[in-house]
Design a protein around this ligand. Sequence first.
Ligand code: PHE
Length: 386
Amino acid sequence: MRRFASAATRRIALDNVAGMALGKNSNITSSIAEKVGRNLHHVPKHPLRTIKGIIEGHFEVAHGGKFRAFDNLSPIVSTQQCFDDLLTPKDHVSRLPTDTYYIDDDHVLRTHTSAHQTELMRAGERHFLCTGDVYRRDEIDASHYPVFHQMEGVKLFTAEELPCGVDGDVTSPECIGFIRNDLQETLGGMVKTIFGDNIEMRWVDAFFPFTEPSIELEIFFKGDWLEVLGCGVIRREILSNCDLSASHGWAFGLGLERLAMVLFGIPDIRLFWSEDSRFIDQFEDGQITIFQPFSKYPPCFKDVSFWLPQDFHENDLCSVVRDVTGDIVEDVSLIDEFTQPKSGRTSHCYRITYRHMERTLTDAEVDEMQYHVRERLAADMGCELR
Ligand code: PHE
């Protein structure tokens, strides 16, 4: 029977990620470390690689090969690249260790491909696409996974290419309007290549620390508005910090799983990581075909109730669950909560759904995993089990 290593043995086995030593405060678990280097966007026949190829191909054709594609940059980046260079405030939630995987105090697993914007611009790149795996501590359900894939796009304009002309002000409302138009036309064209000319789309105001204005693109797909990407006009400070004050431009970032799930009809985000040949063998490079489920094995539900410790965060609970069970848990949901009026203490009850993607789990296995989850909630998180 498969053994589930305890927290201690897992931590001992894990002292570096991709050759980089983990600091003592690192919150990277072995289940995350194992994903670094899998590079699903390079795996032959993989839907994520196909989507990447379709988008890169679109840019190649529609923009005369001007956009250079990067897809091999290390997911380990500095906090400077991931946050500071992008003007993310020091107290922004995305920097918290409940949301981000830290290698050490100054390095993280990138939380978005935007982390490469400034290094590529400083290296002189003016039009580029950059694809890679990104990491975020998150809840557990069919569409959230702590590792996913993004593609970033950036286009810079010189003053000459903008309506203001060589000696003009690249930040004038006219120039900003021009850049925004170019962005919307470019991304509209990309979405039509992916979903067909008749796709309905709309632009929604958004906020990102690194763009102003910021917008999101949504498409109407099978009866629902689906958010596809975030984008906007790059903030001036970012460009001037890269010695690019004379230029201006736009950036976008899109999630590949989201697109692949709707295009290939893939119902559960864990499937992208499946090593079952029945997953990968049903696809062809470069082709969009509808996913054929290979029998779904029965789920098994287990509830756990506990008094919340101070500073309780659901992402920490999900990390424990993932660390103990790998990909076997498909959902963790809060099903009951109450606060005792006298003591003010709060209790939560979570339902954990166990389901293996490739076989039926035995009762003994599930019990053992649940036992370890409970043990770690108490030992690592200070939850008082009920
Ligand atoms: N990095 C943003 C995200 O992960 C997306 C984005 C990229 C937004 C570039 C604007 C410009 O949500």
